[in-house]
Design a protein. Structure first.
Length: 226
């Protein structure tokens, strides 16, 4: 018999592809790194599908494990110059964060983006009034989908695994939730399709086209539409 879950009191959100679209900046920075190494540039779509697990892993997928360490400094040098220029909040993201904050839900971002970059994005968007903490690469010894990373974040929010959920757009996010005993919900606003997300094992609790649909089904709140 399955143990009943406690009422949710904390949400961990992925960042890229879940709350924001930063793929344009990532693409431009990867192309910059490829050109610096004399490599042919990857298309936007190829970069978008390669994103996941952190920039080091993304570069390995695009330039190979041998060249990825040489490409990384070029990416890191260029990315801050375009990170906020090519930054687009995803539909319903700010509304959902504000609504859940108003309901007393404690919220954090859990990302494999470098922590300083992730916090700069949250501050730039003014979302730090709703998001209590942002954890990224190099902030702890862990990364998604290691359960310690998720457990560390929810502990900072004063919640237990049974009281928390993970919302993301990739298998890394799903595993970050399920590995730590959290509910795992997915949206298709990032680099993976509904079919890909449902085929992942273990599958998410549910997959939604966007955050407003997720909010309506999960929290019973309706996104204000014109």
């Amino acid at each position: 018999m399955q143990t009943p879950r406690a009422a949710s009191k904390a949400i961990l959100y992925d960042l890229d592809g879940t709350l924001v679209d930063n793929f344009g900046a990532i693409h431009r920075s990867i192309v910059h790194a490829q050109e610096a190494l004399g490599l042919p540039p990857s298309s936007y779509e190829k970069v978008r599908t390669a994103v996941g697990g952190g920039i080091e892993l993304t570069l390995k997928r695009l330039v190979g494990a041998e060249l990825a360490p040489a490409a990384l400094p070029h990416f890191q040098e260029f990315f801050p110059t375009v990170m906020l220029v090519e930054l687009h909040p995803l539909p319903g993201a700010a509304w959902l964060l504000e609504t859940m904050h108003g309901r007393g839900m404690r919220q954090a971002v859990l990302t494999n983006k470098h922590g300083e970059a992730a916090r700069a994005i949250i501050r730039h968007l003014g979302w730090d009034k709703w998001i209590e903490v942002v954890f990224g690469t190099h902030d702890t010894p862990w990364k998604k989908p290691q359960p310690e990373f998720s457990l560390h974040a929810i502990a900072k929010l004063g919640a237990t695994p049974a009281e928390a959920m993970m919302i993301g757009d990739s298998p890394f996010d799903l595993d970050a939730g399920t590995n730590a005993g959290l509910r795992s919900l997915a949206v298709t606003t990032g680099s993976h399709t509904r079919v890909q997300l449902l085929a992942h094992q273990p599958p998410p609790e549910a997959v939604f086209e966007n955050l407003p649909d997720l909010a309506a089904a999960t929290f019973g709140v309706e996104f204000p539409r014109p």
